[in-house]
Design a binder for this molecule. Structure first.
Ligand code: ATP
Ligand code: MG
Length: 199
């Protein structure tokens, strides 16, 4: 069983969207559970229409649901304290820290990276604007310069995401342009799998 957690010091940076799509990717490979660690229950609400290809439980319900899964993805609330982050890192095989490509997001990333030094984590550039905007590339370069490990994959900003939320599905299950971001999640999923088998 592999446990991947999604966290970060900043709110609204695509943590829940990342967790839902990684769990969708994993569900094609094995039995997958998503634990919604956010008291707001965003992932639980996304799952309410019963159309996601994996089970979603809140933290209280997680004890009974954990057994028998190949993959567990944990979504977490915004602004955890450093103790929460340490607990999350100790309980996970890999920690994913989504960030938007915005200069103001660099500082919280540097702060959380200091807490996570030496553990298995990666930053993820999400909600990346389309070319000719190069903010994603700049952010990736700045993170690398600061010695923060960052996924090669960037997740594009896509109108498919809010549509998927409304429909209670993952973008994988949309059509045409709305589905394009699924290519990014597949690429991310493959990078994650590689990290999980290395470690
Ligand atoms: N790739 C994307 N393209 C377009 N919109 C996106 C993308 N990723 C996330 N969003 C939108 O950005 C908003 C924030 O996403 P999300 O809820 O996943 O962030 P979060 O980090 O979980 O927030 P919170 O800290 O409140 O839990 C949502 O409205 C979501 O639909
Ligand atoms: Mg969230």
């Amino acid at each position: 069983m592999k446990v991947v957690s999604v966290s970060g010091y900043k709110g609204g940076v695509s943590k829940t969207v990342t967790a839902i799509h990684l769990a969708t990717f994993f569900s094609e490979l094995g039995q997958t559970l998503l634990i919604d660690g956010d008291p707001n229950g965003s992932a639980i609400s996304w799952a309410e229409k019963g159309k996601l290809p994996f089970k979603v439980v809140d933290q209280k319900g997680s004890m009974k649901a954990i057994g028998g899964n190949d993959f567990i993805v944990c979504d977490s609330p915004a602004r955890p304290d450093s103790r929460d982050v340490k607990e999350l890192k100790n309980g996970s095989d890999l920690l994913i820290l989504p960030t938007i490509p915005d200069p103001l997001s660099l500082l919280p990333m540097l702060q959380i990276a200091a807490v996570l030094a030496g553990s298995n984590y990666r930053a993820l550039i999400a909600i990346n604007p389309p070319k000719p905007n190069l903010d994603g590339e700049s952010m990736q370069a700045e993170l690398r310069e600061a010695d923060i490990p960052v996924f090669n994959t960037k997740i594009r900003r896509s109108i498919g995401i809010p549509k998927a939320v409304l429909a209670g599905v993952a973008v994988r299950d949309l059509t045409g342009r709305d589905r394009m971001a699924w290519l990014d999640y597949q690429s991310l999923g493959n990078e994650v799998l590689e990290l999980l088998t290395d470690g």
